[in-house]
Design a protein around this ligand. Structure first.
Ligand code: MG
Length: 382
């Protein structure tokens, strides 16, 4: 049976490429699309994929989309708000849900897709970072096929296929180090938004490019890996792999290391998430070994890039602290992109906010999605 796919977050970088991969391979049918607010792009995608059902998170954007459809005499069913996203995530007609929306708005749709026992292809970081303690037990209970899309987690997932879980000694997550690798604090003082948006290897969305430069992205990925592969934090290492050719590695008890390599492109992890062991030809570039000078491994500078060390701290504290870490970062990055704060203020803001959260004794061991969502309000008020 052909999978019927819903894409929640279709207009972002991952969503767009997921449509591209499905259209390149075929073999799956896209039945609905959802986005936050980019209705211009959504309209193009609706025409291209011929879906008859969409959900739009932002109400004003949904009204704009209604008008666009009216003008073009296009008959599309439009769902609105979080309710709309949730309806698509649990859509009866769908067998597979891609969750590629950015931010905490991805958490509830992920949970609903898991409850509805869909195959869940997950690119939304916040789902596991913030709500991993809630989602993973549901995944187990409902025997859901939860598949990562993030390149590092996809690499780890590919490396452990056919292996015994007890034989895994360590997961080694690779980081590119971002555009400022090797720089000292004093050199980072006057970094401009444009500089931070220039990633050496990957072309990604704006927020994740900043997160990649501060190593916060790696911190979030360690949290995700912990939940996804049920590994304690002290068994998850981070190394810097400047060329972004090794997408992550797994060390086994016998000393063997498996790594997954490829050109830095999200199309491969997207394809692997969608088609799993039935790998498909997607016309992707190959590593040119004749031109490859080196594959280097280095360590992450946790002093300069304290975004990563703060993540380990948040993990240790546990409860809502990973959500707080994530919320503080989301607020700080948006302020940086709006040129309200400086580059180094991002990590300082996270550090100060985490301290404040502890000081006010707001942490909880067991929590709800509403508690998680409140951490965003906490961060926004700081
Ligand atoms: Mg990644």
């Amino acid at each position: 049976m052909k999978d019927k796919v819903v894409i929640i977050g279709s207009t972002g970088s991952i969503g767009t490429q997921a449509i591209d991969v499905i259209k390149t391979v075929g073999d799956k049918e896209i039945v609905a699309l959802a986005c936050k607010s980019n209705v211009k792009k959504l309209y193009e995608q609706v025409k291209f994929t011929k879906v008859k059902l969409v959900a739009i998170y932002d109400e004003d954007a949904a009204n704009d989309f209604k008008n666009i459809c009216k003008r073009n005499k296009l008959n599309i069913k439009i769902l609105v708000g979080m309710d709309g996203l949730i309806k698509l995530a649990s859509l009866k007609a769908a067998t597979m849900v891609v969750i590629s929306v950015v931010g905490m708005i991805g958490i509830r749709p992920t949970i609903e897709a898991v409850k509805a026992k869909k195959i869940v292809c997950l690119a939304n970081k916040e789902s596991l970072v913030c709500a991993g303690d809630i989602i993973m037990p549901l995944v187990k209970k409902n025997k859901v096929d939860l598949r990562p899309i993030d390149s590092e987690h996809s690499a780890i997932w590919q490396c452990i296929q056919g292996e015994n879980k007890n034989a895994i000694k360590k997961i080694i997550v690779t980081a590119s180090g971002g555009p400022f690798y090797g720089k000292k604090i004093s050199e980072l003082k006057n970094i401009k938004v444009e500089d931070a948006l220039k990633h050496p290897n990957w072309s990604m969305g704006r927020k994740i490019t900043i997160d990649s430069s501060t190593l916060v992205n790696k911190g979030l990925e360690v949290m995700e890996a912990h939940h996804l592969f049920d590994m304690p934090y002290d068994k998850i290492d981070v190394v810097v792999q400047r060329e972004s050719l090794i997408h992550s590695m797994v060390l086994f008890v016998d000393g063997a290391v498996k790594a997954q390599l490829g050109v830095p492109s999200m199309r491969v992890p997207i394809e692997y998430s969608l088609y799993k062991e039935n790998r498909k030809f997607i016309n992707e570039k190959e590593i040119d070994w004749t031109k490859l000078e080196k594959i280097s491994i280095g360590t992450a500078d946790l002093k300069t890039f304290k975004g990563l060390s703060l993540a380990y701290k948040a993990i240790k504290i546990g409860g809502l602290m990973p959500s707080v870490y994530n919320a503080l970062n989301e607020v700080a990055v948006s302020r940086f992109l709006n040129k309200e704060i400086k580059y180094l203020d991002i990590a300082d803001f996270i550090e100060k906010g985490m301290r404040e959260f502890e000081k006010r004794k707001l942490n909880k061991k067991s929590f709800t999605i509403t508690d998680i969502e409140r951490t965003m309000a906490f961060a926004e008020r700081l």
